[in-house]
Design a protein around this ligand. Structure first.
Ligand code: ATP
Ligand code: LTN
Length: 333
């Protein structure tokens, strides 16, 4: 669709303050595609309401998430940055895709199983059909690659299955996308329970480092991170806490694991934890500075939202109308 240019697409829910898991697994990598790909990055507010949201918080976080996209290096002149609910084609295509997605497939999604266990009082139909809306996001832009953390791989694979199924029935309908999962940072674990993914909706604030935490808070949280009774900094099976801290340190410094092991040879966990906290805080400081500048210009952010939605709608409209035609919907425009 973009004259031989490949398309990259991803989204983040404005469902909480963004964590270093979101940053290292997704956001930090988005900017690296800007040169080679036509990129669309979306604030997926419609996905966020699958879990109950306070309207004022949702509104504020939608601005904040867009500002973080820009602060993390996404230039709105080179990337299409927009809000999902501003492009109505997402919800329309999602309905169609729902009719090509099987109950059994949706039942197997681990995110659905996790979230329905955590929100047992609100297992709504949207939570169940969430992957069909995510597939609509991706397929509307004839996407080639989807940069995500490893927890989203299953959803992208389901999106591929839906695309292939529909392409068999209606040839050449969709590009079949590939997930791109970063080598390091693909799954940052909770600091309080390193067997669990760090998640922005975790109730324990000590489990999470937020992108916008100040330096003292970051250092304090790393100091308290759960590790093990060993004293040697090395990457090994069973050392989930240390493995996680080594991954975080590696992502922020670019150092390999063997280099990190040598650097902390003969030093204790305390010194290592402090170094991880400092590396994290130093790497995030410029992002935080840009974020505060961008967020203070609300009118500027709204102008970006409008521009992004116009660019995205242009492409989304073309794909949706192609799908509607091929399915047999009457077109009178
Ligand atoms: P929620 O807790 O509301 O489900 P989340 O923290 O899992 O949110 P999402 O908005 O669902 O965040 O994810 C945005 C992106 O960040 C996705 O690409 C996801 O794979 C990635 N991501 C989320 N958490 C982590 C993590 N701990 N490590 C690496 N990547 C992550
Ligand atoms: N489901 C994803 C967010 C998301 C997404 C997308 C990611 C919604 N639409 C399209 C990639 C492509 C999540 O929970 N992280």
């Amino acid at each position: 669709m973009f004259q031989n240019q490949l398309v990259s697409y991803s989204g983040i829910q404005p469902s909480g303050n963004l964590t270093i898991g979101n940053y290292l697994g997704a956001l930090k990598n988005f900017a690296s595609y800007s040169e080679k790909y036509k990129c669309f990055y979306c604030v997926v507010d419609e996905h966020a309401i699958t879990v109950r949201q306070n309207p004022a918080d949702l509104r504020r976080r939608t601005y904040e998430t867009l500002a973080l996209y820009m602060a993390a290096g996404l230039d709105p002149e080179k990337n299409t940055l927009y809000v999902q609910s501003h492009v109505h084609e997402h919800a329309e295509l999602a309905w169609i895709l729902n009719c090509f997605t099987m109950f059994g497939e949706l039942s197997r999604m681990t995110q659905f199983k996790d979230k329905s266990a955590r929100h047992a009082d609100n297992i709504n139909a949207g939570l169940f059909t969430y992957p069909a809306l995510m597939a609509a996001d991706i397929l509307l832009y004839q996407t080639d690659v989807v940069p995500v953390g490893v927890d989203q791989k299953q959803h992208v694979e389901l999106c591929r299955d839906i695309a292939m199924r529909m392409n068999q029935l209606y040839p050449d309908l969709f590009t079949v996308p590939e997930p791109i999962i970063a080598k390091s940072g693909k799954k940052i674990m909770s600091l309080a329970d390193p067997t669990k993914k760090m998640s922005k909706s975790d109730e324990n604030p000590n489990a999470i480092v937020y992108i916008l935490d100040d330096k003292d808070t970051i250092i304090r949280k790393f100091k308290r991170a759960v590790t093990d009774s060993d004293t040697v900094v090395r990457y090994a099976e069973g050392k989930d806490g240390i493995n996680n801290l080594m991954s975080i340190y590696s992502c922020f410094t670019g150092k390999e694991f063997d280099e990190i092991e040598r650097e902390f040879d003969g030093k204790g966990y305390g010194e290592f934890k402090l170094a991880v906290g400092e590396a994290c805080a130093d790497a995030l400081a410029p992002v935080q500075k840009r974020y505060n500048e961008i967020l203070s210009d609300k009118a500027g952010l709204e102008a970006q939202m409008k521009k992004g939605a116009e660019e995205a709608s242009y492409v989304a409209r073309r794909t949706l109308s192609k799908v509607q035609k091929k399915l047999g919907f009457v077109q009178v425009r």
